[in-house]
Design a protein around this ligand. Structure first.
Ligand code: NI
Length: 208
């Protein structure tokens, strides 16, 4: 897809999201209250231990992707707009990074584990980018992982019985090679700004 089309879709999706009330630009609350420790106080505690299953059924923890810049996004495969837009943007950024894309691990964590099985996730992530990993788990595991990132999500019941959608935080988190929070990507930013953030994150990578 060429850049202008992406922008049109992103803007369209943004409008739809605003209308639907999806919490696309919800401010990121620190995952924990301010700490008395100086070091923790200056660096927001986002991310942390989790245990989930990837789209091949393999167990994945916060340690699995250490050594790479991690791009973490929470969403669900039936999301009509915000999730596909975010994942398309990530794919576009990776394409623009060329060989450096190998230093980035994009991760999609389902906040709809009832419906997003590993099999379903496998087909979904593959449609966006070959390096994208889809993670799911039990509702408790997802709740714990989302909590670590300060991510909000909520089931919204539809008109028909058994039908529902999900409201969710749509922030893309950037973690450094040690799994520590670095920054976020935001829909307000141009892809140029996002690319610069990723290049800086890559430049900071240290051998483990
Ligand atoms: Ni979504």
């Amino acid at each position: 897809m060429k850049l202008p089309a992406r922008i049109v879709i992103a803007v369209g999706a943004a409008l739809v999201a605003a209308v639907l009330g999806e919490a696309a630009w919800q401010a990121i609350a620190p995952a924990r209250p301010a700490s008395s420790s100086f070091i923790e106080a200056v660096r927001p505690v986002i991310g942390g231990p989790f245990r989930l299953a990837d789209h091949t059924g393999r167990t994945v923890t916060e340690r699995t992707f250490l050594g790479k810049v991690q791009l973490v996004f929470f969403g669900f495969t039936r999301c009509p707009d915000v999730c596909p837009t975010a994942l398309s943007t990530i794919a576009s950024l990776l394409d623009q990074l060329g060989q450096d894309a190998a230093k980035i691990q994009p991760i999609f964590i389902s906040i709809d584990p009832e419906r997003d099985t590993p099999d379903l996730l496998a087909g979904y992530v593959d449609a966006f980018h070959p390096s994208l990993v889809g993670l799911t788990g039990t509702p408790e595991q997802i709740d714990e992982a989302a909590g670590k990132f300060g991510v909000y999500y909520k089931k919204v019941l539809g008109a028909a019985e058994g039908e529902y959608s999900m409201d969710h935080t749509a922030t893309i988190f950037i973690l450094d090679g040690t799994g520590a929070f670095l920054s976020t990507l935001d829909y307000h930013e141009s892809e140029g700004v996002m690319l610069e953030k990723l290049r800086r994150a890559i430049a900071k990578l240290q051998p483990l």
